[in-house]
Design a protein around this ligand. Sequence first.
Ligand code: HEM
Length: 373
Amino acid sequence: MTTIGESITLAQLELDPYPALARLRADEPVSHVPDMDMWLVTRWDDVQLVHDRPDLFTSATEPSWLNTVLGRNMLGSDGDEHRRLKDALQPSFTPTATGRWVSERLPEICDELIDAFDPSGTDLMTAYAEPIAVRALQDSLQWDNASWQQIGEWTRGVCTGLANFANDPELSGIAARANAESGESIHERVVPHLAHTGLTPDEIVNNVRLCMSGGINEPRDGIALAVWALLTHPAALADCRGDDTLWRNACEELFRWISPVATSTRQTTADATVSGVTIPAGALVAAIISSANRDERRWSHPDRYDLHRKEGPHLAFSTGPHVCLGAWLGRSTVRVAVQHLFHRLPGLHLRDADGVEIRGFEFRGPVRMDVVW
Ligand code: HEM
């Protein structure tokens, strides 16, 4: 008899993961998917367990694609090394360090971008969400010797390398160029700012590259997805317009409903039993955040986007030692960008309400999003 896992393909998950994840949660919560050669863990409690037990589910996988492409970094390490790297960079992303940027500079950046929109309509991803996401990271790191467009292009190159599992030489070339050029720029400007952390220049470069790959696409997708969620749920949008405190709920509920980072990858250090299933030592495990965030055991009507939900926190920024380094900055950036856009453009709507294509399994977001106002 074939298992559910055997019938699942990555291509199908990239298109729309939610039906397959619901089947797994119900009948095969810990499942080997041969198409990915990975164990998928899909229920809320089990996803938390994977995140909370680095001794059993390590981030320092062997081999580590993340470390190979970016150079050794905090998400590809555990224990003391992880702590040292994270402690050194955390102060750059706290509310104390970035709060003023969020409340004062970010609204100005939003205005500048909106003022430059093509009046006949625009792709919100490229004209608004991406530049804001790049600027948030760039300004937090005082990375001022390259334009945001250039950093955006390097980020695409670095991410090309991360997705190049088949080792396509052309893609490797793009990634190598982006790594080299961004590395040089980070060395020149960001390394001196972070010299006081005690990290070596290479450690700074590798972890800034990690922040590019992990800290730009996610706020970008979060902004666009939250706008899309509100435009396709007019009653929720009307509620936000009537009560400014609800913009926060709108964004948090979006992170739960469609988590931009949908999986986290770990490797078992020994045989590990989860929900009665034994995963062998050395296996790759994907803790499916997007599935935990729709687990019927945790949420009522989980497939519904409901900004009045009062069921507590979601897992979109993970939990345990690898909880997102930029969680405060990421969620604040998304909220301010979304709120500001709707305030500035009260007539905002999708050019084609059914035409927004949302893609991706590991990372999920719109391909583009055409809006008019
Ligand atoms: C809306 C935005 C964001 C979302 C949804 C998000 C989500 C996540 C998730 C789920 C993880 C855990 C990955 C894992 O355990 O394998 C993570 C880790 C991480 N994130 Fe974010 N992130 C966001 C924004 C940012 C930003 C703005 C930065 C920039 C500093 C950032 C930097 C990182 C880093 C460096 C890690 C690794 C932390 C560690 O290994 O301890 N993220 N993020």
